[in-house]
Design a binder for this molecule. Structure first.
Ligand SMILES: Nc1ncnc2c1ncn2[C@@H]1O[C@H](COP(=O)(O)OP(=O)(O)O)[C@@H](O)[C@H]1O
Ligand SMILES: [Mg+2]
Length: 255
């Protein structure tokens, strides 16, 4: 049994009086590739940022390797943060920088790694995401799929133990979604890294990861092996997985 790497206990977060995350508990095991699904605008990005220690929760506890984050010194907390990498939903690449500068950003600005070594590491990471020869280009010269790959190359550049992927295929066509998903699964096989992804796209959720969790009404409603969740006859899961308008999940959109 793999050990627990991250644990959230009764975590809550509100914005403007509205509870987005509500007494949520979740355990992530080492080497998991967990995909969290849920309707848009209901807290997936917020949950991911709470797990990555980017947004503090209003209440509840977060444990990394069994240690409560609240008990860590500033330096220890920074070490934990530096052991994670993130692909942001909207890429968050620097438009004025080259791909080499974007991917090597952390090592350039936060370590004394020699430039030559950074350049080699950047090219290696780009190869890992199946991109080559783009080091001198700017983000605007790349397609959406290529920018996702660059975002992932940057996230793995400083060898994280945990990789967070926020909507790794959002805005991509089905063929690009397929190839990015395969690349992500291969990366998970090749690297000693725990993957945590979120998406509202079932096409993406079916392809990436081996465990599936559903975020619903601010909590982890269900979590388990992917096949088990996909085949669940629970009304909430069934509605979302199969894209039905009728069911317990309330949408504001009119048809
Ligand atoms: N920094 C913030 N300030 C105020 N409201 C926020 C902030 N971040 C997220 N929210 C709100 O929290 C809700 C969930 O957002 P988010 O996690 O981005 O949803 P999604 O599930 O689409 O990723 C949304 O209603 C959003 O408006
Ligand atoms: Mg989001």
């Amino acid at each position: 049994m793999n050990k627990t790497i991250i644990e959230l206990k009764n975590v809550s977060k509100s914005f403007a009086g509205k509870k987005i995350i509500d007494q949520l508990s979740l355990e992530i095991k080492e080497r998991d590739s967990l995909m969290i699904i849920g309707p848009g605008g209901r807290g997936k990005t917020v949950l991911m940022k709470i797990m990555a220690l980017i947004i503090p929760p209003d209440s509840g506890d977060i444990f990394y390797y069994g240690q409560n984050i609240k008990d860590l010194s500033k330096k220890e907390k920074e070490d934990v943060q530096n052991s994670t990498g993130m692909l942001f939903q909207n890429y968050a690449l620097f438009d004025s920088m080259t791909i080499r500068e974007n991917v090597g950003f952390f090592l350039d600005y936060h370590t004394k790694t020699p430039r030559k070594e950074i350049a080699e590491r950047v090219s290696h990471n780009l190869k890992q995401v199946r991109l080559e020869g783009v080091e001198g280009l700017k983000p605007a010269q790349l397609s959406g799929g290529m920018k996702k790959r660059v975002g992932i190359a940057r996230a793995i550049n400083y060898k994280p133990d945990i990789l967070f992927l926020d909507e790794p295929t959002a805005g991509l066509d089905p063929i690009t979604t397929d190839s990015i998903s395969k690349m992500i699964n291969r990366l998970h096989q090749d690297l000693p890294v725990t993957f945590i992804s979120v998406t509202n796209d079932m096409g993406c959720a079916r392809k990436i990861g081996d465990k599936l969790a559903m975020l619903y009404e601010g909590r982890i409603y269900k979590i388990g092996p992917k096949e088990e969740i996909l085949e669940s006859d629970d009304a909430v899961i069934h509605q979302f997985v199969n894209g039905k308008r009728q069911g317990p999940i309330r949408y504001h959109e009119k048809i």
